[in-house]
Design a protein around this ligand. Sequence first.
Ligand code: ZN
Length: 292
Amino acid sequence: VPELPEVETVCRGLNQLTRDREIEGGEVLLARAIAYPLSGDSFLAGVTGCAIAQWQRRGKYLLAQLTQSSQGALKSTEGILKNRGGLGVHLRMTGQLLWTTKDTPLQKHARVRLFFTENRELRFVDTRTFGKMWWIPPARAPQEIVTGLQKLGVEPFSTEFDSDYLIQKLHKRQKSIKAALLDQGIVAGLGNIYADEVLFKSGIRPDAITSTLTPVQLQRLYTAIREVLQTAIDKGGTTFSDFLNPLGVNGNYGGVAWVYGRKNQPCRICQTAIERIKLAGRSTHYCPRCQN
Ligand SMILES: [Zn+2]
């Protein structure tokens, strides 16, 4: 399942590959992959003739700013690039955005195709079909259309995120810290894999009740969140899942996991066997000795 580092990797790849390119048309192969507008045809009508100005990541959402394509802009009297709204994507569990050519044979789970100039294509492939795409009309704010954006907490690399923020958000909560880290309304972008890694680096048990954590522990947690995510971004995402960047390449974070996916293997610090429990409905890995 793509988490913040994977989505950030996709975002960077899309900025390198698609920026300033024009969408010439497309094809919606699975209607429910489009969350807005209600019909695939309206979605395609919205994005066709637009160029990608810039991709941004917010939590696990990808948002592209669309402009009038340069061809269209030359025709307009102002000669400036006109705002044409946006394109939103959420990969959910198994979604992939692949930068390919139009003549590449369709994958069984191809859901949406966006055709670009020079025979290029951005193809949305999604086995489990939970992934979504949105066209955001020019007059609307992204969060009006992609409503999940309204519920997101702070970005872990933003200036609003610091240890005081964590203390303020967490000191009264009675749930496990693992559940708190998975809550996108507190910190945006953490999922199951990196939550386990962050808690190992912080020396905190995943089932610790959040309100019992000390300021010192929360300070360690804050530092670990940034370190773990930055390391994963630097390595281009994870190999834990079938994650692929837009060129179809798997990341290489797998070799450096501290606990995730390492049940019964020796802890990299103390050699104790890593344990796996079910917590917040999710498979959770930790070292019973290093984390307490
Ligand atoms: Zn250990």
